[in-house]
Design a protein. Structure first.
Length: 343
């Protein structure tokens, strides 16, 4: 289990952007648990449990300059977690607005306001993705040729560049954390754990040929807290607990849940061609396709990573993946599928 390192108390506020998302809410929760009370959360809507815990709500958008300028006032540390997750390239403009423009605006305003530290949540997909099962660390060059196919990962790559270019100088520190697929309880929007929901609901027709990496959201959040004191300026840190093929991952969920995983195996070329055909037919009918071709394509790649750097430098520790999967399954069953649905 990840060990939390209490943040050194700061005189000014800690700002968390995107503090109501899957990762953001867990970061806020752990900050509160560690004794921090001088917190400000920037989101479109801040839940009552945060307000009741003494969090200062700031409803606004990182893509709006006036909102950003007001949000960073009196702030010493920023956890920049605001984001938009989509596998649809048609959402590229919206994702670039949040990830690239929003990050640039935030970093510019942070410099102007005298913010000392920014911890940025990026994605392992800006580094650790390959056509074969290769274990990748931070020393590898960004696979721009691959990630440029997918608007989400391209926007995260350019988000990192925007941060590096706009938050530098004496006394400032920018740390970039690159978590892989986040699992665990609390994903209210299913932004990360939908794959488990689809497995439990028997909505996945086949098993992809690629491989994925996973990490518990609670362990990732603890490392974000550690990064404020332990992270190095302009360094990136991959966060992942386990690498496995989709076949192995589906099998683990099956054993823990009792729900059979898809038996069908489909060659990569056929899977991608079929997904494109289904998608085009549904779009021709002005209907939402049940299959996203980019998701199918991504699942044929390998997202394996080596998190040794974060372990050594940030105190990154992970619980057993079986605990993470058990907690994910229990949360989804309780909140999205209903008790007793599998009786």
């Amino acid at each position: 289990m990840a060990k939390k390192k209490a943040l050194a108390k700061v005189e000014k506020k800690i700002l968390v952007t995107g503090g109501t998302g899957f990762l953001g809410a867990e970061v806020v929760r752990q900050l509160i648990d560690s004794g921090e009370r001088n917190l400000r959360v920037m989101a479109s809507h801040v839940p009552d449990w945060m307000k009741d815990a003494g969090v200062e709500p700031f409803e606004g958008s990182v893509a709006e300059p006036t909102d950003v300028a007001d949000a960073v006032k009196g702030v010493s540390v920023i956890f920049h977690l605001a984001g938009k997750v989509s596998r649809d390239n048609e959402d590229a403009i919206a994702m670039n607005k949040v990830h690239v423009t929003g990050t640039r605006l935030l970093c510019e305003a942070a410099k102007e306001a005298g913010v000392k530290t920014v911890v940025l949540a990026s994605s392992s997909g800006t580094i650790a993705v390959s056509e074969g099962p290769e274990m990748i660390d931070e020393s590898y060059p960004a696979p721009v040729e691959i990630i440029s196919r997918w608007a989400y990962y391209a926007s995260k790559y350019y988000q990192e560049r925007a941060a590096l270019e706009n938050f530098d100088g004496d006394g400032r520190k920018l740390i970039i954390l690159n978590p892989t697929l986040l699992l665990g309880p609390g994903d209210e929007r299913l932004s990360s754990t939908k794959i488990v929901l689809d497995l439990l609901g028997k909505k996945l027709p086949y098993t992809p040929g690629g491989g994925l990496s996973v990490v518990d959201v609670r362990d990732a959040a603890a490392t974000f807290l550690n990064a404020v004191e332990m992270g190095e300026h302009q360094e990136k840190y991959l966060l992942g607990a386990a690498n496995m093929t989709f076949k192995d991952f589906f099998g683990r969920v099956e054993r823990l849940s009792g729900v059979p995983s898809p038996m069908l195996r489909v060659p990569k070329g056929l899977a991608m061609a079929g997904a494109g055909l289904v998608d085009s037919v549904f779009k021709n009918w002005n209907m939402t396709s049940p299959i996203q071709p980019k998701e199918v394509e991504q699942a044929e790649f390998f997202w394996y990573l080596d998190a040794s750097k974060a372990t050594e430098q940030l105190g990154f520790h992970t619980r057993d993946v079986q605990e993470t999967l058990n907690d994910t399954i229990a949360y989804i069953r309780k909140n999205f599928l209903g008790d007793g649905v599998f009786n």
